[in-house]
Design a protein around this ligand. Structure first.
Ligand code: SF4
Length: 344
């Protein structure tokens, strides 16, 4: 059964701030994160947001996104803004991507447009178009150069590693910078991580600069609603950084990247609600969410909220359109992301 797709536009009344899985994420810096869709071409075994498997998917109308984006840039200031596409899904599945990027460049103060992708949908034509619309950097999640291992981790039998490497080469010879972003699964791809480091070193020896080809090793994180790799137990941040220090010494390469390496700095937050965990909040249930017990609530014109409902509620879809009082179970001030729970 094909999942349903909900188109999020002005008429949908779904606000673009406040919900973690779609819209605009404002973490109080000069980087504005865009999540214009939830579709994914993969169902990775480790996906912390369980993408590729949603009962309902979301696609945001580009005009609606741009209107909201203009407003937030106005608040942050028209200088040194980075727009980073990081959907809970695959950005290359967004139908209006190239046009959207073109329009974003018209907003004064945008200096960088970057995107995150699993890279499998890249081809020569897409790379040409991405270069044409002046994408600054592409972050590719690649956890192993070994076909079988990559295939296992991403749950994709015909994972075409050769093609991906060929496309990385094309990107390197374009005006787009590349960041390889492997997730390190302790005990599962330790050697693969070292192989990727050597791959980067070889590219730099071949003449590509440290900016042209970067590496950003990511820590494996486990979330309650995400998929988990069996038998892999995530390590602490301390252990992760210690291992990176060891690898930095062995390979003489910088692996611990921080906000400064990407020019990230503090900026005004466009809007913030003074809401705390356990507060009660009145909201209108505006749409279903990705799963049966997930909805989107509307707090005001700008702010939405992820709403989880008690699984025992019969016909929860009847809540849509109703005003309810729910309890805040998560209020992430830094990212302005909210989650509420409703039970009868
Ligand atoms: S990890 Fe990325 S590519 Fe894999 S299923 Fe999740 S969103 Fe899709």
């Amino acid at each position: 059964m094909n999942p349903e797709i909900i188109y999020v536009d002005e008429n949908s009344e779904i606000p673009l701030f406040g919900v973690d899985f779609i819209g605009i994420i404002d973490r109080g810096t000069n980087v504005i994160e865009l999540k214009p869709l939830t579709l994914c071409n993969l169902k990775c075994k480790y996906c912390f947001v369980s993408a590729g498997d949603y009962k309902t998917n979301f696609l945001i109308d580009p005009d609606y996104l741009i209107t909201n984006l203009r407003n937030i840039v106005e608040v942050k200031g028209h200088y040194k803004i980075e727009i980073h596409f990081a959907p809970y899904g695959e950005i290359l599945l967004y139908p209006n991507l190239f046009d959207l990027i073109k329009i974003i460049w018209n907003i004064k103060g945008i200096e960088t447009i970057s995107l995150q992708t699993n890279g499998l949908l890249l081809d020569e034509e897409k790379i040409r178009k991405l270069e044409e619309v002046k994408v600054t950097r592409i972050n590719i999640s690649l956890n192993s150069l070994n076909k079988e291992k990559a295939s296992f981790l991403t749950n994709k039998k015909d994972y075409d590693i050769e093609n991906l490497i060929k496309n990385i080469s094309l990107l390197l010879d374009s005006n787009i910078d590349v960041l390889i972003a492997p997730v390190w699964f302790p005990g599962e791809n330790d050697n693969d991580i070292e192989e990727i480091i050597r791959f980067i070193i070889d590219l730099r020896k071949a003449g590509y600069s440290d900016k042209k080809i970067q590496i950003g090793i990511q820590k494996y994180l486990i979330y309650k609603t995400g998929r988990k790799l069996k038998k892999i137990r995530p390590k602490s941040w301390g252990y992760f950084y210690h291992q990176l220090s060891i690898l930095e010494k062995i390979y003489n390469i910088k692996l611990k990247l921080g906000p400064l390496d990407f020019g990230i700095h503090k900026r005004n937050t466009a809007a913030s609600l003074n809401i705390r965990k356990n507060d009660s909040i009145r909201l209108k249930v505006i749409s279903k969410g990705r799963w049966k017990n997930e909805f989107i609530g509307k707090i005001n014109e700008n702010f939405g909220i992820k709403l989880l409902v008690n699984k025992s509620i019969i016909a929860p879809e009847k809540l849509i359109g109703k005003e309810i009082v729910a309890r805040i179970i998560k209020a992430n001030y830094k990212d302005n992301i909210l989650t509420a729970f409703f039970s009868i």
